[in-house]
Design a protein around this ligand. Structure first.
Ligand code: WTA
Length: 653
C-alpha cells in the first residue's frame, strides 16, 4: 500500500486524503529540459564562490548537459531506479546536477550537510542504505579548506553498503583515492578558474552532439535510440564525466515515488530521514517560490542557505529551477571577507529576492549600517527570513536598513517536514498588511489549527496553542524512511486527524500567526535544527561524564545557544577548561561544530522526577532566571538539586 494512503488510513480517521495523485512524472525534465527548449542560454545557477568576484554562471543548457552526463555515469555504475545516493557536497553546480541526475534516473538523493562529521554522515548513509556517495575533494568556505573527501573515507569505513564514491574536484589539491573511488573529472590545468571552467563547460563538440541527438530523438522515437546511446562507445582517454553522453533518458516516475530523503533532528537521539515525493513536492516548491517572493521571469533569486538543508533544496534548487529562474548558490559566509559580503554580492549579481536566516541578520546588525550602505541594493524587491523566529529589532533593521523601507519582509514559517513555506506574508497581495516578526497568514491550501492542552481546537483569536495543520498539502513529507511508525507517532498521533508540527504559535486578534518556538526537545542554533537528546547522547560518551541534560537558551546572535548541565562520574575532578575542550571535540567529531555547548555547568546531580526523568522544564526556567516560573516542583525527587543549580548559575552569571 502507498505511504500517503497508509498514513491516511492508519492515523487520520480518513480526514487526510491524497488529492494530488497523478499518473507519470518525469521529474528533472520540469526543472531543465522544459527551459532548454524555450531559453537554453538563460542562466540557471550563479555559483557565488567563496572568493568575492569569482562567481560562475551555468546556463540551463549546460546544467542539463552536466545532469545528463552524471545521470549516465551513475547508470553505468549500476545505480538504479529506487536506489538512494548520498551527496556530501557544499553548494555548487555539480551538487545541484547530482541531485537532478538522481531524479532523472529515478534514484532518491540524500544530501547530507557538508558541515556534518564523519560519524553523523555514516549514520545517515547507513540508515538510507546508500551504496553510492558523491563528494568533492575539499570544501572552501570563509577562506578555509575542509577535507570533505577524507571525512567520507572515515565515514565509509563503517558503512558496509557503500560500494562506490564519486569524487569531484573543488580545488586542485589531489586526494588519496581508494579502490571504491571514481574520479569524476579530469583536472589538467593548474589554475583554479581554468580547471573549473573546463569541468563545467561542455565543449562545442558536445553541444553539436546534444542538438543532433535531440533531433534524432524526435525523429525515431525515444526508446530504441536511447538504448543505442547508452551503449555509445566510450572514448578511452577521458575521465568519467567526460566519457558520458550529454543526453540521458529521464525515468518516468509515479507522482508518489520518492524524490529524496533529508535527515533532520527530532526529539529523540536518532535523526529521521524524511521522505519527499515527486509531484507534490515540486509543485509546492515552485508555487511557494513564485508567490511568496513575488518571483518574476528574469529575476535573480538569492537564497543563501546551504543545499544540505531543506531551504537549499526547495529555494536554491527545485523551486527556482522549476520556475525557469536564476538561482544563486552561496558558498561563503556572511562575514567573509568582511560583513559587507551579502550586500556586495547583491550589488554585483543584481539580486532581486534575498532569502536568509535571522541569525545572520542579527550578526550583521551588530557590525553597523555602514557595511550595508556601502553597496547599491536597488535591485532588491523582496527580503525573506527563515529557520527561526526573527525578533522585531532584526526585522526592522532588515526592512529599513537593508531594504531601505521599500521591500516587503516575508517571515516564512515552515519545516523539513512541510517541504515548502506554509505560513508567510505574501507580497504579491500588495494590500495585505505585514506585522514585524509575524509569519502572518497561511499559504494557499494550508489550514492551520491551534490546539489547547486537552487536544481541543482553539477557535477564537488572540490565543496560543500547539500548531497543527488540518488537511494535507502537496509538499508534505510522506513518511520517515524505514520507520513509518515513527512518522505516525510523531506527527499524526498527538492530535488525531491533524498534522502536528512540534511548534507553538500565537494567533492575534486579527487572525495573524506568530510562531513562538518548539514545544519539544528540538532547538534551533543559528537556524540549524538539533535535538537536545542527540547532544546529550554524545556528551554522555565522555569518559568523565555520568549524565547530562542539554537545553536551549536565548542567545542574542544564534537565537538559541546550547546549555549543557553535566554530572561527573564519582571521583572525577576535571578542570573546567579541560572538560569544555573535551566536550567540544567530542560533539564536533560526532555531530557538527554548530552543536557544541556554549555553556557547560557541572553539578553534583540533576533535578529529576521520582520516576527518574530529568526535569528540563525546571532547568530552562533557571537558565532564563525565571525563578518564580519554576512551576509545580512537587514531583521532584530531591528539591535540593534545583537549589544547587540555582546557586551555581548565579555564580556563573
Ligand atoms: C523553526 C527550516 C519561527 C520552527 C525551514 C520549525 C521558524 C523549524 C521559522 C524547522 C519562522 C522555521 N519563524 N520559527 N519563520 N521557520 N522555524 O526543519 O521551529 O530545519 O519547526 O526547516 O524551524 O526547521 P527545519
Amino acid at each position: 500500500m502507498h505511504h500517503a494512503d497508509v498514513m491516511m488510513n492508519e492515523a487520520n480517521n480518513g480526514r487526510f486524503y491524497c488529492v494530488y495523485r497523478v499518473s507519470l512524472w518525469a521529474h528533472a525534465v520540469n526543472c531543465l529540459d522544459r527551459h532548454v527548449h524555450t531559453c537554453p542560454e538563460r542562466v540557471a545557477l550563479i555559483w557565488e564562490r567563496d572568493e568575492p568576484g569569482s562567481e560562475f554562471k551555468v546556463t540551463y543548457r549546460q546544467l542539463l548537459e552536466m545532469t545528463c552526463r552524471l545521470g549516465n555515469l551513475l547508470r553505468r555504475h549500476g545505480v538504479k531506479r529506487g536506489d538512494c545516493v548520498t551527496i556530501y557536497m557544499p553548494s555548487c553546480p555539480l551538487a545541484v546536477a547530482s541531485m537532478l541526475a538522481c531524479a532523472r534516473i529515478g534514484a532518491a538523493h540524500n544530501v547530507v550537510f557538508a558541515g556534518f562529521s564523519a560519524e553523523a554522515l555514516a549514520e545517515r548513509i547507513r540508515d538510507a542504505q546508500s551504496s553510492t556517495v558523491i563528494t568533492v575533494n575539499q570544501g572552501v568556505r570563509g577562506g578555509k579548506l575542509t577535507e570533505l573527501k577524507k571525512t567520507v573515507d572515515t565515514a565509509v569505513q563503517s558503512c558496509p553498503t557503500v560500494q562506490q564514491v564519486f569524487v569531484a574536484m573543488r580545488t586542485e589539491n589531489p586526494v588519496a583515492m581508494t579502490a571504491k573511488d571514481v574520479a569524476m573529472e579530469e583536472v589538467r590545468e593548474q589554475k583554479e578558474n581554468q580547471t573549473l571552467i573546463k569541468i563545467l563547460m561542455p565543449t562545442a563538440e558536445d553541444r553539436k552532439l546534444y542538438f543532433n541527438k535531440r533531433k534524432q530523438l524526435s525523429l525515431f522515437g525515444c526508446g530504441f535510440i536511447t538504448m543505442l546511446w547508452l551503449l555509445h562507445v566510450i572514448s578511452d582517454n577521458a575521465q568519467e564525466m567526460q566519457k558520458e553522453d550529454v543526453v540521458c533518458e529521464p525515468a518516468a516516475m509515479d507522482s508518489e515515488d520518492v524524490l529524496f530523503l533529508l535527515y533532520t533532528s527530532g526529539s529523540t537521539g536518532k535523526p529521521k530521514g524524511l521522505v519527499h515525493t515527486q509531484a507534490g513536492y515540486l509543485l509546492y516548491a515552485a508555487l511557494t517560490h513564485r508567490y511568496v517572493f513575488s518571483y518574476h521571469d528574469g529575476d535573480v533569486f538569492g537564497c543563501v542557505a546551504d543545499i544540505g538543508w531543506i531551504t537549499g533544496h526547495s529555494y536554491s534548487v527545485y523551486g527556482p529551477l522549476a520556475n525557469g529562474g536564476t538561482s544563486v548558490l552561496f558558498e561563503s559566509t556572511p562575514i567573509y571577507p568582511d560583513p559587507g559580503r551579502y550586500w556586495e554580492m547583491v550589488q554585483r549579481l543584481k539580486i532581486n529576492q534575498f532569502y536568509g536566516a535571522p541569525t545572520a541578520i542579527r550578526l550583521l546588525l551588530k557590525y553597523g549600517n555602514q557595511w550595508v550602505h556601502k553597496y547599491d541594493r536597488s535591485t532588491l524587491k523582496t527580503l525573506g527570513s527563515v529557520g527561526e523566529p526573527i525578533n522585531t529589532e532584526a526585522w526592522e533593521w532588515y526592512h529599513t536598513v537593508v531594504g531601505d523601507g521599500r521591500c516587503p519582509v516575508v517571515d516564512t514559517w515552515w519545516q523539513t517536514e512541510t517541504g515548502g513555506i506554509c505560513i508567510t506574508p505574501r507580497p504579491s497581495n500588495p494590500d495585505a498588511e505585514i506585522v514585524p516578526g509575524m509569519a502572518m497568514r497561511p499559504f494557499f491550501g494550508i489550514k492551520p489549527a491551534l490546539m489547547d492542552t486537552e487536544g481541543e481546537v482553539l477557535t477564537s483569536n488572540h490565543t496560543s496553542g500547539a500548531l497543527c495543520i488540518a488537511q494535507p498539502w502537496p509538499g508534505m513529507a510522506r513518511t520517515i524512511h524505514n520507520n513509518h511508525q515513527r512518522f505516525i507517532e510523531t506527527y499524526c498521533q498527538p492530535y488525531p486527524g491533524y498534522f502536528f508540527t512540534g511548534d507553538g504559535a500565537y494567533r492575534s486578534k486579527e487572525g495573524y500567526y506568530q510562531i513562538t518556538g518548539r514545544l519539544d526537545d528540538v532547538i534551533n542554533v543559528s537556524g540549524h535544527r538539533i535535538g537536545t537528546a542527540e547532544i546529550e547522547d554524545v556528551v554522555n560518551q565522555c569518559s568523565q561524564v555520568a549524565e547530562s541534560a542539554v537545553i536551549g537558551y536565548s542567545h542574542n546572535i544564534k537565537g538559541e545557544g546550547v546549555y549543557a548541565f553535566v554530572v561527573l562520574k564519582k571521583g572525577m575532578d576535571v578542570e573546567e577548561m579541560d572538560l569544555s575542550r573535551q566536550l567540544n571535540d567530542l560533539v564536533s567529531k560526532k555531530i557538527a561544530k554548530y552543536a557544541c555547548p556554549d555553556c557547560i555547568q557541572v553539578n553534583s546531580r540533576l533535578p529529576k522526577t521520582r520516576s527518574g526523568k530529568i526535569m528540563r522544564r525546571v532547568l530552562r526556567k533557571v537558565v532564563e532566571q525565571d525563578l518564580n516560573g519554576l512551576g509545580d516542583l512537587s514531583t521532584l525527587d530531591d528539591p535540593a538539586a534545583v537549589q544547587e543549580i540555582i546557586e551555581v548559575i548565579v555564580n556563573i552569571i
